[in-house]
Design a protein around this ligand. Structure first.
Ligand SMILES: Cc1cc2nc3c(=O)[nH]c(=O)nc-3n(C[C@H](O)[C@H](O)[C@H](O)COP(=O)(O)O)c2cc1C
Length: 315
C-alpha cells in the first residue's frame, strides 16, 4: 500500500515552501509514496512587504498564538496519513499566526495519533516557538518525532539587519558587506537529505515506531548564545503583548501609541543593555557551562545536531 505523507505549510515569500519542496523531493520520486501538499491560507492575507506598524502590531497575537481564520483545506480533516510534516516560520519567537490558526482549527485533527516532523525556516530564533508547537502537538495527541531547522545566512548581527529589511522592504540583496537575506540556496537544496532518509525509513515501516528518523543528519544546531536572549525576549513579549491585546484587536489604531512606545523601549534596550550583556553573558555561560550544555541538548531534541549519517545521505 502507498504511504501517505501530508506536508502542511504557510510561506509568505515562498522561502519555506522551497525548503519544504526540497525536503520532500526524494519522496515524490517514489511510486509507493504519495505526498499531499496543503497550503495554510489565512482568510485575510498578511501583507508582504510589511508596513512598519503592521509588522509590530502582529506581535501580541503571534506570542499568544491567537491564530487567524484560515481557508478550508482541499483535504478532509478526517483523512489518514502515515506521516505529517508541519513546516512553519517563526514570528516573534512563536509559530506564525496562520500556523497558530491551523493548530486552533478542527483541521489540527489531521495530526492526531500521527508521527509528526516539524520543519522550520526562520532567521535564527526558533527555540521558544518550537516549545509552544511541541506543547500544542502533544495536546492534540500527536507524536513529535523529529525537528529540522534551517536558518538565515550570516551571523546574528547581520541577520538582525538583513531579515527585518527583507520583511519591511521586500529587498533581499546583500549590501554594505552584509550577506543576502534568507536561507542560503545550498542549505535549501541540502534539505533533500532528510527526504532521502525518510524514503528509507518509510520503506522499512519505521514511522510506525514513532521514534526519530532523522538523527545524525545535522537536523538542528542550537546556538547557546541565543537561549537566554530568547527566554528574556519571550517574557517581555508576553508582558507587553498581554497589555496591547487588552487595548484592542490587531489593526486597532488605539494600539499604535503603546506599540510605538514599546518599539522605542526595545531599541533603547538593544543599544544600551545588549552590548553590556554581550560582555557579561559569555562569563555567565562559562560559569554555568554544564547547565547551558544540558539546555542545548534539550532544545536539540528529538533529532539532535550530530552529523554521523551525513555521508550516507548527502550527494
Ligand atoms: C512578523 C514576523 C516576525 C518574525 N519573527 C521572527 C523571529 O522571532 N525569529 C526568527 O528567527 N525569524 C523571524 N521572522 C522571519 C521568519 O521566520 C521567516 O524567516 C520569514 O518570514 C520568511 O519566511 P516565508 O517567506 O517563508 O514566510 C519573522 C518574520 C515576520 C514576518
Amino acid at each position: 500500500m502507498k504511504k501517505r505523507v501530508l506536508l502542511l505549510y504557510y510561506s509568505q515569500t515562498g522561502q519555506l515552501k522551497d525548503v519544504a519542496k526540497s525536503f520532500v523531493s526524494p519522496l515524490e520520486q517514489r511510486e509507493d509514496i504519495e505526498v499531499v501538499y496543503q497550503n495554510i491560507k489565512p482568510k485575510k492575507p498578511f501583507p508582504f512587504p510589511w508596513g512598519f506598524i503592521e509588522f509590530f502590531d502582529a506581535f501580541p497575537e503571534s506570542v499568544y498564538m491567537d491564530g487567524c481564520e484560515i481557508e478550508d483545506f482541499d483535504i478532509d480533516e478526517n483523512e489518514q496519513f502515515d506521516l505529517v510534516i508541519l513546516s512553519y516560520t517563526v514570528w516573534f519567537l512563536s509559530p506564525s499566526i496562520p500556523i497558530a490558526g491551523f493548530l486552533n482549527s478542527p483541521y489540527s485533527k489531521l495530526l492526531k495519533d500521527r508521527p509528526v516532523i516539524t520543519l522550520i525556516a526562520c532567521r535564527n530564533m526558533w527555540l521558544m516557538a518550537q516549545e509552544k508547537v511541541k506543547e500544542r502537538v502533544k495536546n492534540i495527541g500527536a507524536i513529535l518525532i523529529d525537528n529540522v531547522v534551517l536558518t538565515d545566512r550570516g551571523n546574528s548581527i547581520a541577520t538582525f539587519i538583513t531579515t527585518p529589511r527583507w520583511m519591511l522592504t521586500g529587498k533581499k540583496d546583500g549590501f554594505w558587506g552584509l550577506p543576502q537575506a534568507g536561507v542560503a540556496p545550498q542549505e535549501t537544496n541540502g534539505a533533500s537529505r532528510f527526504g532521502k532518509a525518510l524514503v528509507d525509513a518509510l520503506s522499512n515501516d519505521l514511522e510506525k515506531d514513532k521514534k526519530p528518523l532523522l538523527r545524525g543528519l545535522g537536523a538542528v544546531k542550537v546556538d547557546e548564545k541565543l537561549i537566554a536572549s530568547e527566554k528574556i525576549g519571550h517574557r517581555s513579549f508576553r508582558i507587553w503583548g498581554g497589555l496591547i491585546r487588552k487595548i484592542g484587536k490587531r489593526g486597532d489604531k488605539k494600539r499604535v501609541p503603546v506599540l510605538i512606545f514599546y518599539i522605542i523601549f526595545l531599541v533603547t534596550l538593544i543599544v544600551t543593555v545588549v552590548p553590556i550583556t554581550m560582555v557579561i553573558k559569555p562569563i555567565i555561560r562559562k560559569l554555568n557551562h554544564k547547565k547551558v550544555q544540558e539546555e542545548k541538548e534539550y532544545f536539540e531534541m528529538p533529532s539532535g545536531s550530530s552529523r554521523d549519517r551525513l555521508r550516507e545521505y548527502n550527494e
